[in-house]
Design a protein around this ligand. Structure first.
Ligand code: SAM
Length: 264
């Protein structure tokens, strides 16, 4: 059982860390996702678990709560128009241009970052580019670094990329695929909270900020977009999810294609 008071308390804690407001309609989700943590802690109810969480203020337990309450759905080559656009941008690069850097700014379990890497490796070879993936969830960052996926998640990966960059699991690993080491070595994953000061990650030609703004209200979206833009090279591009509108936000961007923006 989770009382209204404890629901408010735990969703406030989550908001303080993530910037994401989980309203009353998310109560079933909160209950189902925290149940297992309560059991692991030996608590007889969710109320008791939230009490313990508030009393102990254990940062490690809070990491687990954040991991549980974030929505991490993702897949390879999601919203394929962005990959066509990326291929065009890469084709326009001038000889001798600086390293091409792409940031997957809410990378979840890594499928987006590895999709970008496959395309860049195809167009540019294994040098002259880098992909960074960041996420709030430490569990997702670890999962992305492992780079091990079920084969059915890879249904949108082009056959030639599957052959070149994905190792089919055998024996105990049947039904899985592992991203090849040569590609993994070009992709880094670190933890970063988009609602707080960003780590030193340098500047990017393209930033994928997809399917994360949807969880924030307008001031939250504005805050994140403006912070992320401090990492965009002057001629760079920001990609957002096609369902995420930046209209009515106070951000210095102009739309150049659906869900593709450049600085004004
Ligand atoms: C639905 S996934 C999107 C994955 C990928 N970008 C895509 O479009 O398929 C949203 C991700 O945003 C992350 N996230 C939520 N709030 C965040 C925050 N404040 N800072 C960084 N990442 C956050 C979640 O942990 C989750 O992995």
């Amino acid at each position: 059982m989770l009382s209204s008071q404890q629901f408010d308390a735990v969703t406030q804690l989550f908001f303080d860390v993530s910037g994401i407001r989980l309203g009353e309609h998310k109560r079933p989700l909160v209950v189902s996702r925290l149940q297992k943590l309560a059991q692991e802690k030996g608590c007889s109810s969710l109320d008791e678990y939230v009490d313990t969480l508030l009393r102990q203020a254990d940062p490690m337990e809070m990491v687990k709560v954040v991991d549980k309450l974030t929505t991490n759905e993702t897949y390879f080559f999601r919203e394929p128009q962005h990959f066509d656009c990326l291929a065009r941008l890469v084709a326009q690069r001038k000889p001798g241009a600086a390293e091409f850097r792409v940031w997957s700014a809410a990378s979840s379990s890594g499928e987006e970052a590895y999709s970008i890497a496959m395309l860049l490796a195809d167009k540019l070879g294994l040098k002259g580019w880098e992909v960074l993936g960041t996420d709030l969830s430490t569990q997702m960052v670890e999962s992305a670094r492992r780079a091990l996926y079920t084969q059915e998640r890879a249904r949108n990966v082009p056959q030639s990329y599957l052959k070149q960059w994905c190792l089919k699991g055998q024996g105990a690993y049947a039904g899985t695929l592992l991203i090849d080491k040569s590609l993994r070595s070009r992709v880094r994953f670190i933890g970063a909270n988009l609602t707080q000061t960003l780590p030193e990650i340098g500047y990017f030609d393209v930033i994928f900020l997809r399917n994360v703004l949807i969880y924030f209200d307008n001031p939250g979206k504005e805050d994140i977009v403006n912070r992320v833009l401090t990492r965009l090279k002057p001629q760079g591009f920001l990609f957002t999810g096609h369902a995420e509108s930046l209209a009515n936000l106070n951000v210095p961007l102009k739309a150049v294609a659906p869900a593709v923006y450049s600085l004004r």
